[in-house]
Design a protein around this ligand. Structure first.
Ligand code: FDA
Length: 393
């Protein structure tokens, strides 16, 4: 069946739904197409099922992009307080977990219901389980061929996200659309993703799987202090997911496994007070026992504290506070929470999200080269960019 609308949005995720609501509120006829059977699958599985829907400390420094200034305008015009107001108007109970991260008290379905309720009020129509086979602009309108027939639209909004978690329907479709219209795409890669060790280190650390510690993980000048988790294949936990967005193959990361202690000072005190104690025992007071054993073996540490020179203690302290690790890779799109890179922001207006070269074509959300830190920032970008485009599409 052929149809004509003002605004056609591809992707019924966070950004697409927000854009649909805003455009619908302006009286535009809006159709949202998604190939998935259900809208907003990523919202449903987000935040461990409770959706970390924003972060009250949101600022441009929490985002990575080839042009860090690009996101500023949209983020300013639609803030965490704006989304929170919407959440409260739907009487959704929420709490701040840590570091400004706001979560639903109950299931993330509440956020999906909020968006679908608002979309219904704005008379937005949906076509789910619908595949798109071709997009063109033969005249002043777009022509989109779909499995349910062709659709013509004055504005076409691409909100199909990135390829992270393909098993729930994520694709690199948006990049194909961009290339189809001759727009630049910054090479995408998985981010907020666990890092993996080579076989030798994996064998030595396998037995540590499940151990988690508070840690500072650094890459160059960038550092994050949050939990670190040993896995069967390498490292995960919030601090490692955060640093994965900065890490590139071949790079090392530096891990401080005991950020609250000056480890060297502490070892010197213990050497004075309990000279007969073994260095390994002293390390086990600072770290979980199995982890302390691993650190000692990795760096060949051990022997009575009385026999340790200052240099030997400094080596032991470095082994804990400056563990330099070279991951071989990441777990990839299979588990990555987001995708770095995407539509080059040079192609877009930061005010409207419309492409400069193709009038009426918009890109919003994760498909754009704007990627947030872990902690609610990616949804805030989806809301803000969707809101911006919704005022103009
Ligand atoms: P999103 O991916 O949400 O939506 C894209 C839509 O397009 C999907 O519905 C998809 O089916 C559809 N689509 C794709 N290809 C298509 C095609 N070819 N044709 C038609 N439709 C197509 N962020 C955060 O801030 N807080 C959090 O708690 C979490 N938690 C979290 C957990 C997990 C497991 C993941 C994977 C991710 C998160 N995130 C997150 C990140 C967050 O989910 C993500 O950044 C946003 O959902 C991006 O919103 P978009 O609307 O841009 O894409």
């Amino acid at each position: 069946m052929s149809q004509t609308v003002d605004v056609l949005i591809l992707g019924a995720g966070a950004a697409g739904l927000m854009c649909a609501i805003e455009a619908g509120k302006r009286g535009r006829s809006v159709l949202v197409i998604d190939h998935a059977r259900r809208p907003a699958e990523k919202i449903r599985i987000s935040g461990g099922g409770r959706c970390n829907f924003t972060n009250i400390h949101c600022s441009p420094v929490n985002f990575l992009s080839a042009n860090p200034r690009f996101a500023v305008s949209a983020l300013k015009r639609y803030t965490p307080a704006d989304f929170l107001k919407l959440v409260e108007s739907h009487r959704i109970a929420w709490h701040e977990k840590t570091l400004g991260q706001l979560f639903c008290d109950d299931r993330s379905q509440a956020i999906i219901d909020l968006l679908l309720g608002e979309a219904e009020r704005a008379r937005v129509r949906f076509s789910l389980a619908t595949a798109v086979s071709d997009i063109s602009k033969p005249d002043d309108r777009f022509l989109v061929e779909t499995s349910t027939g062709p659709c013509r639209a004055t504005s076409l909004v691409i909100a199909t996200g990135g390829p992270s978690i393909p098993k729930i329907g994520a694709t690199g479709f948006g990049y194909d659309v961009a290339r189809r219209f001759g727009l630049k795409v910054i090479s995408p890669r998985p981010a907020l993703v666990p890092l993996t060790f080579d076989e030798a280190l994996r064998d030595r650390t396998k037995h540590l799987a499940g151990i988690s510690v508070d840690a500072v993980v650094s890459h160059g000048k960038t550092r994050f202090r949050e939990g670190l988790l040993f896995t069967h294949r390498g490292l995960s936990g919030p601090s490692v997911l955060q640093i994965s967005s900065y890490w590139q193959p071949g790079d090392t990361i530096t891990v401080n496994l005991s950020p609250d202690e000056n480890v060297l000072d502490r070892l010197k005190v213990v050497r004075k007070e309990q000279p007969r104690q073994d260095l390994r025992t002293a390390l086990a007071d600072l770290l979980p026992k199995r982890l302390a054993q691993f650190v000692a073996e990795l760096h060949g540490l051990g022997g009575r504290l009385a026999d340790q020179s200052d240099k030997a203690l400094a080596k032991a302290a470095d082994a804990i506070a400056r563990w330099i690790v070279k991951p071989v890779g990441s777990e990839g799109y299979r588990t990555a929470e987001v995708t770095l890179g995407g539509i080059d922001t040079d192609e877009l207006s930061s005010k409207t999200m419309e492409t400069r070269r193709v009038s009426g074509l918009y890109f919003i959300g994760e498909v754009v080269d704007v990627t947030g830190h872990l902690g609610g920032y990616n949804f805030q970008w989806a809301w803000a960019s969707g809101h911006a485009a919704g005022q103009f599409a």
